[in-house]
Design a protein around this ligand. Sequence first.
Ligand code: PMP
Length: 407
Amino acid sequence: MSHFDVNKIRQDFPILHTSVNGKPLIYFDNAATTQKPTAVIDALVKYYSEINSNVHRGVHSLSEKATNAYEASRKTVQKFINAEKAEEIIFVRGTSEAINLVANSYGQKHIKDNDEIIISTLEHHSNIVPWQMLCERTGAKLKVIPINRDGEIIFGEFEKMISDKTKFISIAYISNSLGTINPVKNIISLARSKNIPVMLDGAQAVQHVKIDVKELDCDFFAFSGHKIYGPTGIGVLYGKESFLNEMPPYQGGGDMIKNVTFERTTYNELPYKFEAGTPNIAGSIGLAAALNYVEDIGIERIAEYEHGLLKYGTEKMMEIEGMRIIGTAKEKASVISFLAGKTHPYDLGTLLDQLGIAVRTGVHCTEPLMKFLKIPGTVRASFAFYNTKEEIDILTNGIKRAISMLI
Ligand code: PMP
């Protein structure tokens, strides 16, 4: 593997050279959203400066250019996650919308009273609430896989939970709060043997591990562009064609129809059946630029470098007196959630901000998980491949200083 030149990579991200509170920015809130390389920013500027137009509608040249760019982005996504067909890639606003789409559309057709849907204790609110809403509408029940003290799901409990009533499983590939990498392949293979569809919430996975939906054999996969160095407001729902084809549309409007009369409407084919209204054309182009950028560096090299940061950061953190790392799974992505001594996460986060360090504090949209762990929340430092060990040193020194000020 060739040398990973982080200083060169940092040159690609303009925001990393700015200051916050008079200090050079140290951005450790990558699980919330990632920074954007010039390649993505330029792609957006180019789109709006040179080809902005609506897609799938005009005969004029600009519209054709915009349509081609939009459809080329779909193909880039298809290739990136190794989907069988471009039609299996639905552009949505983000992971939340993708999960809502499946819960509404698939759920409306297939989930009935007393059916069971399985999620895990680790889920983000976006992979809890849409299923709860579906349960409220249908009378189905939500089953939650418990976790152990390291923040790993207890597979044996999952096995016991599966029954004839289980009609859907939706699981985070990687936990945003603790960084746990779930054994999704084992989950899918067990579900496969019982013919139960599986959706993966890939919001925290796509930027850290190689995603191959064919190899995973998941039925649905969701991710957000903004977590993989792309723009906000664009995301992807991958679904196997056989599922998407038989699912009813999620929203009505332009583009998702074939013919409309006041009496009856016929729906468009995939993927347009699920893309009502003018889509986020610029976003899709920015996302494709982000995926190409990641591909050029190589997701395996990114993962290896980030793993080094995680190891180094964990060791450094453990040197701090009173440090408690929340989430110590054997398989972990580059996220360190922690509580330091008796300090409140919010106070610690505020003091670190004074040093130009951006970390997340609170429940990280996983309130039930925090309740299970019996903690008010955590401070979360989440690393990307543009972060450095020197930045981690500044963080750990900052934490030590903050503890001495707060206690
Ligand atoms: N699931 C997980 C695991 C997440 O980390 C997030 C974002 N924090 C989401 C879902 C929701 O993603 P978005 O807000 O981009 O829709």
